[in-house]
Design a protein around this ligand. Structure first.
Ligand code: GDP
Length: 551
């Protein structure tokens, strides 16, 4: 609650600061910010809707992407998105759950958008790994998991579609343990095999939660909870088998350990049927109880105790970093929105923050809580919350904005591009539009735009993690900037980072090309990994830094 006028006049400034700091700490502590990582079709949209159903939705945005017959709130800023039935834009859904505030940050589902997804994952404190019980770990899940691992994000696993025939529960656990070296610690254990879902045994209490099917998952599934005796009487053999397996898990060291979970060694596992809302309440409880609240943001070098030397405490004055920039999300508002995660302090709409990269003031008059077609004005946000800043033409991915105490967060690592193409304007008379579009797409990270003196400004090289990024670039250059482009694919498959000292020598090597990004980063392109390894062997003095692997 806001301070009454009487209070604020009698307060010393430091007392007011102290009160504000404890308010921010309290607000941060009740927040959980996470993303769902999954392979397309595992049930992410279904789960998102089910989560929102269980909670009281505060703001509802494009996090749930439209599929035939279901609610569609996503922005339709691009025809392609609709045509392919996938969600390219990222959005966040915020809802209250009891005393807590949950921020679910959407991740693009298509594998070609892993770079985008990586950035989204830089804005969350935990991830829910959603697995289709019939398919187990799939390529996209693995890829995203690696990003979580690299960033040290704790992962909660949900095995979905247990109502349908699928793999054996123990087999699924083994797969997780062997393929991603994460020890699964099931919190619930299924009663009945996949396809014959009776309910789950809650390992912590030994109680049974019976599964009740609801028609089309339209309403909250009634959860019938009972003790072991009642469960045994009701489910017979299936219950006994589940109890035995659960005991086996305990003797195997598969019990939850909070510290091991937070440090990325174990993953709590839940069994669910998102379509009938079963297991969804358990997931919310797990998020609230086990997932971390927004921590102090630390980076850079660490001291001997492993603590980062640079830290922004949550109660420090406002700061946020931009993890995504998007233009033309809505045909009615063709503007540029920067999505930022609040790291510290309280964000108040209208405040004038400082843009760390330029030192210029940044007015936040048009901050929005939600993204997509329906826009709502956001008045306040706390650490862990995602804010959408409209008309943010000066902001680029990785940028920091702050109030009072200066801070500049480190840049977000980028994936190694594996696809390259030369872009040129189809219409020479529209070069100005061409250049502006290229700059925009580059700053949004739709594609990376690389240049060299050799190729000139007219023919930059576009670099992408997946080829679909090229299609997005082509479509947007035409529809948004009125500058249709021609793309000519290059046969490079590898990119490494280098420095100015190594560049001339690398350029002289046959088959390699050195180009620069807008921020000055020098990139070496090579046809294949073999060529890179030959160069590394023959010229160990040259800098060839590996970028984060996308594939
Ligand atoms: P996404 O691509 O990960 O967002 O997946 P969707 O949420 O669109 O789900 C893909 C398909 O799986 C849809 O046909 C859903 O109805 C179905 N589905 C999702 N969850 C479940 C579930 O728990 N059980 C069953 N049987 N089907 C599910």
């Amino acid at each position: 609650p806001a301070a009454t006028p009487a209070e604020s006049t009698t307060d010393s400034p430091s007392a007011a600061d102290g009160r504000r700091a404890s308010e921010v700490t309290r607000e941060a502590a009740r927040r959980r910010t996470f993303a769902v990582i999954s392979h397309p079709d595992a049930g992410k949209s279904t789960l998102t809707e089910a989560l929102a159903l269980h909670a009281q939705v505060i703001t509802e945005a494009g996090a749930v992407h439209g599929k035939a017959g279901r609610r569609s709130t996503v922005s339709d800023w691009m025809e392609m998105e609709k045509a392919r039935g996938i969600s390219i834009t990222s959005a966040a859904l915020q809802f209250a759950y009891g005393e807590h505030v949950i921020n679910l940050v959407d991740t693009p589902g298509h594998s070609d958008f892993s770079e985008d997804t990586y950035r989204v994952l830089s804005a969350v404190d935990a991830a829910v790994m959603l697995i289709d019980a019939a398919k187990g770990l799939e390529p996209q899940t693995l890829k995203l998991f690696r990003v979580c691992k690299a960033r040290g994000i704790p992962v909660i696993t949900v095995i979905n579609k247990w109502d349908r025939p699928g793999l054996d529960a123990l087999t699924l656990l083994e797969e997780i343990e062997n393929q991603i070296e994460l020890q699964p610690t099931p919190l619930t254990w299924p009663v009945g095999i996949a396809g014959d879902f009776r309910g789950v045994l809650e390992r912590r209490t030994g109680e049974y939660i019976a599964y009740t099917r609801t028609a089309g998952g339209a309403t909250r599934a009634p959860e019938e909870r009972m003790g072991a005796d009642a469960a045994a009487a009701r489910e017979g053999e299936a219950w006994t088998a589940a109890v035995e397996e659960a005991e086996l898990l305990s003797s195997d060291g598969s019990d939850h350990d909070q510290e091991l979970f937070l440090s990325g060694f174990t993953t709590p596992v839940l069994f669910a049927s998102a379509i009938s809302n079963f297991g969804v309440a358990a997931l919310l409880e797990t998020l609230v109880e086990l997932a971390p609240s927004p921590p102090a943001f630390g980076w850079g070098e660490e001291d001997e105790t492993g603590r980062h030397l640079q830290v922004r405490e949550v109660a420090a004055p406002f700061s946020a970093f931009v993890f995504k920039v998007q233009a033309g999300m809505d045909t009615n508002h063709r503007d540029r929105v920067a999505f930022a995660r609040v790291c510290s302090g309280v964000f108040e709409r209208g405040m004038v923050a400082t843009h760390a990269q330029t030192g210029r003031p940044f007015a936040t008059k048009y901050a929005q809580a939600l993204f997509g077609r329906e826009r709502a004005v956001l008045d306040q946000a706390y650490p862990g919350d995602i804010i959408g800043l409209v008309n943010a033409n000066a902001l680029t991915v990785g940028d920091t904005i702050f109030l009072d105490e200066p801070v500049s967060f480190p840049p977000i690592a980028t994936f190694a591009p594996e696809h390259f193409a030369v872009a040129s304007s189809k219409d020479a008379g529209r070069f100005k539009q061409f250049r502006r579009g290229m700059e925009q797409l580059d700053s949004e990270g739709v594609v990376q735009v690389l240049r060299s003196d050799l190729r000139g400004n007219q023919m930059p090289v576009l670099a992408a993690v997946g080829p679909m990024q090229f299609e997005v670039a082509e479509a947007r250059m035409e529809s948004e900037f009125g500058a249709p482009i021609r793309l000519e694919r290059l046969s490079y498959t590898q990119a490494r980072r280098t420095d100015a000292a190594s560049a001339p020598a690398l350029e002289a090597i046959r088959g390699l090309e050195v180009l620069s990004r807008a921020d000055g980063t020098l990139m070496v392109l090579a046809p294949d990994a073999w060529r890179i390894s030959v160069v590394e062997r023959d010229h160990p003095d040259l800098v060839l830094e590996t970028l984060l692997a996308g594939g």
